[in-house]
Structure formats: structure tokens, C-alpha cells
Design a protein around this ligand. Structure first.
Ligand SMILES: Cc1ncc(COP(=O)(O)O)c(C=O)c1O
Ligand SMILES: N[C@@H](CCOP(=O)(O)O)C(=O)O
Length: 468
């Protein structure tokens, strides 16, 4: 399987190369050259199969001969054996016909672990096979960073640099990142918001001498290796609820559009998804875009669901590529306009197509808190604030013919203040993180300046040491 860039000016790459590249050299995002199909019988066969087996069966269709099957089998086994729930991603019914898909049973208590545990093992394998190293960068609003640091810590093949917006993550999230003291882990607290972090990461990829010099690779969902692993749980959840004989609706708390784009991939691969609901907090660029056709950047607003405090949703570019019939010229025009004037208009045809597959809703702070409170009062189930945004956005569609599945993207204990304020209950951290708040921290504070961040990385990466 080859992967092509949404901007059409970078070379097509194999699975391994696309995973190592992260972002395409033309600034675009890699997508598979075509969508593999999973037959109805195969979908039915996924019900009750171990998660790792389904992951293997789906991912092998993208990895092809690039990663031999025995190795891929070992990678997925290793990735999911540390999850604290035997099903990896269990479903819990919180109201008649409304399920949450718990994606937070990995080591850092967020859905990011599902992909990151796979991605780190895959990168490690490819780098070791090639006898080389990479410098990993990532922008985080809290969860990607902790999951990536946990997955890459101590690895000989990589140095990892994570940029988080200073003071804008929850304390638990920050501690999960900054208390990891392995030599290959570097935390940067940036004086800015998440979009600044992400802009700097993208600027580093555009700087070819720097990118090639440090062998830059990325772990955000711009990396196809993240998306491919997130496709899997849409299949396991739908199969458990009766697909392919039954359609399913998914409501997905959305920021960078990676998780919901994985749902779209599942749909393109044959999963009978009735609708994908884009659930946003007050940072509602996607909800506005779907309603008005204008994708218009605004300032990032801090909320009680901080991991979704994002305005520029990188993976929306992948959807635009698909919805315009893979017209890279049009995608370039839209992205240029976003860079120059902060917005663009989605062509009518593309907007219509998107509206036929997606719905969207935005939950205010008050609605998010009321949803946590209401679900707890009715069922005793504690939602984290991100999942609550998804539950609020999806609820109007609950109780109909198709089951509604809201993706539960984080454990409530990652956001104890917001959960306590809404429900009166303070969720505790699991035993292996019980002393987290007392562990020593290490991080460096830097201004939101790509040059300074590059200099910081150059001074610390072992890849540069190799070259000098
Ligand atoms: C807890 C949580 N929920 C939802 C999201 C949104 O996911 P995505 O960025 O893939 O849209 C994030 C961050 O990305 C997150 O950390
Ligand atoms: N919410 C994310 C932001 C980055 O998203 P990603 O999925 O593209 O890595 C976070 O918690 O860091």
C-alpha cells in the first residue's frame, strides 16, 4: 500500500516511510492511495474476537508487505497486553441505546494510548531495522504528550520533544509528562496555546535542513500511524452491537479531528456507520464550518475540556481531500487561504458530501458540567469533561433505531477539579499513579518561537550528535 499527500506535491511513500515522515514534505498529510474494504462477513467475525487480533487484521491491510505479519502480530500483542481491561475498549450502556466506548484503559488513561502504544513499537521496529534514529516532536494539549512520552520513554532509537501550552493542561496531565525523567524525554512548556505548539511543530517540518538534519518525525495525528490504529475500535464497537446487520451512530469529542477521521476511514472501509457526530467544546470552528461552510480561525478559549482547546483541526485537511474528490489543488488553495487570511470557504459540493456523513454540535461549559452531573445522577457513571461534550452532542440522537456510541476519550481522574465541581465526586487516580502528584518534575519553558524551539532540540538530540 502506498500513501499520498493531501497537497499532491510530495512523493508517495510506503507504510513505514509514511509513519517515519509524520507530515509530508509539501506540508500535507498522508492518506492511503485507496481504501481497503472489509466485507460484511469479516465485520461480523470481529464480534468477540480479542482486540489485538482485530487490530492485526485491519492494520495489515495498510502495512502490506512492509512489515511482515509475524512482526506486526508481535507489535499489536505488545501494544495491547498492558491495557487494564481485558477487552481493551469495552462498551458501557449509560442510557437505553446510548453506550460509551471506554478508550482510557491504557497506561496514561486516555484514548491516545491505543494508537501511541502501537506507533512507538512500529517506529522502534522500523528504525532498528534501518539502523538509524529519529527525533520525535509532538504538540499536546495534555493527552497526546503523556501517551507519547510513556510509549517512547527509554527507547534507544528516539529522542522525544513534547510541546505543551504552559499552564493550560490539567495538573494531572502536566505531571504525567514532566515527571518522566528518562534521558530521551524532553518537555517544553511553551508560552502560548495549543495552536502555537502545533504551528511550531509544522514549521519545523517545513524547515527542510532542520527536518532532515535531526531526522524529524511526529507523533500527532498528522501521522498516519496514529489514525490507522484508531480505526480499529470503531469496528470492534460496531461489531459488538450487531454490525454489519445494524447501523451505528458515533459521537466523537473532537479537537484535531484525528479520532473522528479514523471513524470516517472505517466508514470508507465498509463499516455501516449511520452518522459521525463532531462534538466540540466552545472552541467550535468545526461546528461553525459545518453550519456555515466557512472554516474561520478564532482565538483559543480555555475550557474545562482542555485537550480539545484547539482551533486549527489538522485532520480536517484529510477530510477535505476526500470530500473534494482528492483534488490536491483545491486543498492547497484552502490551506494557503487559512495561512494567509485565517479562513477559507468549503466548496459547496464538498460541504454537501460532508453534511451527508457528519453532524456536529458544540457544548458550552455549562452544558458540559450539566451533562456530567445528569449522567452521574441518573446512572452513577462518572464522565470526564471531554466525554461529556460527546455525550451532550450525541444525546439528541439516542434512543432511536440505531445504537449511539459516544467515545469516552479520557478517564475522569485526569480532570478531578472539573468532575468534582460538576458531580461532587473526586475521582481518584489508579494505584500505579497514586504518588504522581508528589513525583519530581523536569521541563523547560520556551517562548512561542520556532527558532528557539529548533535550537533547543538541536542542542539535545542524539541524532545531531551522530552527525557532528
Ligand atoms: C481527552 C480527549 N478527548 C478528545 C480529544 C480530541 O481528539 P482529536 O484531536 O483526535 O479530535 C482529545 C485530544 O485530541 C483528547 O485528549
Ligand atoms: N488533544 C490532543 C491534541 C493533539 O492531538 P493529536 O491527536 O493530533 O495528537 C492532546 O491531548 O494533546
Amino acid at each position: 500500500m502506498q500513501f499520498v499527500s493531501t497537497r499532491g506535491r510530495a512523493p508517495a511513500l510506503s507504510f513505514s516511510d509514511a509513519v517515519l515522515a509524520g507530515l509530508a514534505s509539501d506540508g500535507g498529510l498522508y492518506v492511503p492511495v485507496s481504501w481497503p474494504r472489509i466485507s460484511p462477513d469479516e465485520i461480523a467475525g470481529y464480534a468477540n474476537r480479542p482486540y489485538a487480533e482485530v487490530a492485526f487484521d485491519i492494520i495489515r491491510r495498510f502495512a502490506g508487505a512492509d512489515i511482515d505479519e509475524a512482526t506486526l502480530g508481535d507489535i499489536v500483542e505488545g501494544a495491547y497486553k498492558g491495557f487494564r481491561h481485558a477487552s481493551v475498549a469495552p462498551l458501557v450502556e449509560i442510557a437505553p441505546g446510548h453506550f460509551v466506548l471506554e478508550l482510557f484503559h491504557g497506561p496514561t488513561l486516555a484514548f491516545k494510548d491505543v494508537a501511541m502504544q502501537f506507533l512507538a513499537r512500529t517506529m522502534d521496529h522500523v528504525l532498528a531495522r534501518r539502523g538509524t534514529r529519529a527525533t520525535i516532536v509532538g504538540a499536546t494539549s495534555g493527552d497526546t504528550g503523556s501517551a507519547a512520552i510513556e510509549a517512547f520513554r527509554g527507547r534507544e532509537t528516539t529522542d522525544i520533544f513534547i510541546l505543551h501550552p504552559r499552564g493550560r493542561t490539567s495538573e494531572v496531565q502536566r505531571k504525567q509528562m514532566t515527571t518522566v525523567l528518562d534521558d530521551n524525554v524532553h518537555n517544553i512548556a511553551l508560552e502560548g496555546d495549543f495552536d502555537d505548539c502545533q504551528d511550531i511543530v509544522k514549521a519545523m517540518f517545513r524547515n527542510a535542513p532542520f527536518r532532515d538534519g535531526v531526522k524529524l518525525s511526529g507523533v500527532n495525528s498528522i501521522n498516519w500511524g496514529r489514525i490507522v490504529a484508531q480505526i480499529v475500535y470503531y469496528f470492534t464497537a460496531a461489531a459488538a452491537l450487531g454490525s454489519p446487520h445494524r447501523q451505528v451512530i458515533f459521537s466523537v469529542p473532537t479537537g484535531n479531528f484525528g479520532d473522528i477521521f479514523a471513524g470516517y476511514c472505517a466508514l470508507r472501509m465498509g463499516l455501516p456507520i449511520r452518522q459521525l457526530v463532531i462534538a466540540t467544546n466552545s472552541n467550535d470552528i468545526l461546528n461553525r464550518a459545518l453550519r456555515t461552510g466557512r472554516y474561520e480561525r478564532a482565538g483559543v478559549m480555555p475550557t474545562i475540556s482542555p485537550s480539545m482547546d484547539i482551533q486549527v483541526s489538522s485532520n480536517f485537511e484529510r477530510l477535505l481531500f476526500e470530500a473534494t474528490g482528492r483534488d490536491a489543488g483545491l486543498v492547497n488553495q484552502m490551506m494557503d487561504s487559512l495561512g494567509q487570511s485565517g479562513g477559507f470557504t468549503i466548496p459547496n459540493q464538498a460541504l454537501k458530501l460532508i453534511a451527508s456523513q457528519f453532524d456536529s454540535a458544540s457544548a458550552s461549559e455549562a452544558v458540559t458540567a450539566r451533562t456530567m452531573q445528569g449522567v452521574f445522577a441518573a446512572s452513577g457513571y462518572l464522565l470526564d469533561p471531554h466525554t461529556a461534550v460527546g455525550v451532550a452532542a450525541g444525546s439528541p440522537l439516542a434512543g432511536g433505531r440505531e445504537p449511539l456510541v459516544t467515545l469516552a476519550t479520557a478517564h475522569p481522574a485526569k480532570f478531578p477539579d472539573a468532575v468534582r465541581e460538576a458531580t461532587g465526586i473526586e475521582p481518584g487516580l489508579p494505584a500505579w499513579l497514586a504518588d504522581l502528584m508528589h513525583r519530581p518534575e523536569r521541563m523547560s519553558v520556551l517562548p512561542a518561537d520556532a527558532g528557539e524551539v529548533e535550537a533547543f532540540i538541536k542542542a539535545r538530540t542524539r541524532v545531531m550528535e551522530d552527525r557532528t
